[in-house]
Design a protein around this ligand. Sequence first.
Ligand code: CDP
Ligand code: MG
Length: 703
Amino acid sequence: MAVLPINKFEEKIVETVEENSVVVIIGETGSGKSTQLSQILHRRGYTRSGAIAVTQPRRVAAVSVSRRVAFELGVRLGEEVGYAIRFEDRTSEKTCIKYLTDGCLLRESLSNPELNQYSVIILDEAHERSLNTDILLGLMKRLTKRRTSNFKVLITSATLDGVKVSRFFSGCPVLNVPGTLFPVEKFYSTERPTNYVESCLKTALDIHLREPLGDVLIFMTGQDDIDKMVSRLEDSIQKLEEGSCVDAIVLPLHGSLPPEMQVRVFSPAPPNCRRFIVSTNIAETSLTVDGVVYVIDSGFVKQRQYNPSTGMYSLDIVQISRVQADQRAGRAGRTRPGKCYRLYPISVYNEEFLDATIPEIQRSSLAGTVLYLKSLSLSDIDILKFDFLDPPSRESLEDALRQLYLIDAIDENGQITDIGKSMAELPLEPSLARTLIEANELGCLSEALTVAAMLSAEVTIRPSRSKNKEKKRKQPFSKLPDGCGWGDHIQLLQVFESWDHAFYDPSWCTNYELQVRSMMFSKDVRNQLSQIVHKIAKGPLDVESGIMQNKSDKNYRKLRRALCKGYGNQLAERMIHHNGFHTLGYRSQLVQVHPSSVLEADEDGQLPDYVVYHELISTSRPFMRNVCAVEISWVQTILRKLEKMNIHKLSSGGSDTLESHEIAKEGNLTLPVERANTDKKSDSTDSKIQAARERYLARKAKK
Ligand code: CDP
Ligand code: MG
């Protein structure tokens, strides 16, 4: 095995760690930070007084790096070396090197705030600036002051501004591990391609035909484009004249790839064969693919962005930052001089790209984070004054507080409630955690567990196709359940129950075009959630949480009610039937039920008056994904709470004196309250809707 740059610095690293409680280590991607640091400290005896935790922002990286380290140490994964990601724990009593997602470490700190089981915590890939790593940075700062002996924190990064982090940790040392990067020649295109998949394809084929052997790494934005590119590239290569070039293998690489596919990128190409690896930004810094000599950089990345004033997520394809572009190029120079083909002009790189990527904390919904920090209930932590490397906006903190208040996780003074404390113990987003608690009260816990598990496992149900295609299905006589007109959550429940009825037969899933892997995962998640709920339940639990084949409308109604409670202001009121899409008004904007939803108009063409939704996401237009019909009387409770709300009190812990009605006007949920109270469409509602619609159309015209 080649000696990695980190290993050459072993003495220096150990010496610095010995003398300091916090050390920042900066080293080029592939220098061995993720795989070697833990092993070095293990060799030097740091695991005698506790385990070493290494956090990863990505689940794939936690799994793949731990597998690699177990292999290098010649131990079985899950024994001395293991990993933990949400809903999957492969560690044991023996584990002394534990790779875990940053979210998992946050969760562990809930039950053990001092994290005493660890002698060393390595916050790896800090340059990714994931939301959870940013919070961990703040917590570690606090913890190093409290745990003064036997505790070391290492922060590693490929590109992070070391000085900034060092300043954050009162001037801790920064070790730069020089890498062995070979020069990378960069080529720019003269203009932005109109179709970057085509352009990538052409460049890839050019390399294959003209350039000497060496693997090609292609950076694309997401799974869809990657799949498209993989099949197009395979086709084109097959059509090339035999003998005109060497053999080729095309491999996809992204976060939702099944594990057996992921490991394929780590085995080198067979002799006289070129590999094409078509990847998301995961290969920028998280996973090192060896053998790459050529990089094709589309210049784009898919980024989730949250807008706290609308509660809307958008999944945008945005330009990468200069730091990212340089990282991508660097992947070509690890083994010998390489080439990077940038599918954008140099002027775009210089003038349009941002210096660095915006940290996730500044583009995420913070409800889960704020609940987490509140539930730590550490007297020295005030959420709004929490020590962040880069603080989130006040607006997004307030958005989080508002949401938490509406679902009873905090009281009107911003103090965490008992409900909130229980919610924080569930490894779920606040809305689903709240739903489970309410479901327990209402007597439909079993159903809610199923829905939460199906959503967490990201099971997707394909909308039923046109009649013609329907015939080709293997089970022509039965269709998947359709949610009985109540929406997607009920459908998810019914699908799982039908699968249960089929004794969890994998072929049942295949017949209905459901991914076996995600269905299996949802079953597993359901079991785990059920165990956790049993552990934290204070009062008596509603059920033995086994599956019941109880398809009564009454039960669905209870479940919908629990969901309504959990989603809080993720709520929309029906407005108009527009262009064949279901259109609902929400916060004075027009949003629509996603076409994949089972929610359909009834015989009279009527949609439910109110729905709650799991996610509001703006793609071609704002869509609600996973919607559930709810009743007006349940909605009114939420609206009443909203009226009482005082955002200043919520954030300052109850010390505010402003009149609450003044503040209510500030709440930015503009559901027409008149409508809710009278159940009649008033003129003012109509004009509001009209105005909203006009604004929307105007915005659209501008685009
Ligand atoms: O973290 P950093 O980018 O500094 O490097 P690393 O992930 O520790 O990778 C060091 C070496 O281990 C590289 O040559 C990788 O190709 C190799 N590695 C591997 O073969 N399989 C993995 N799952 C992870 C790393
Ligand atoms: Mg790494």
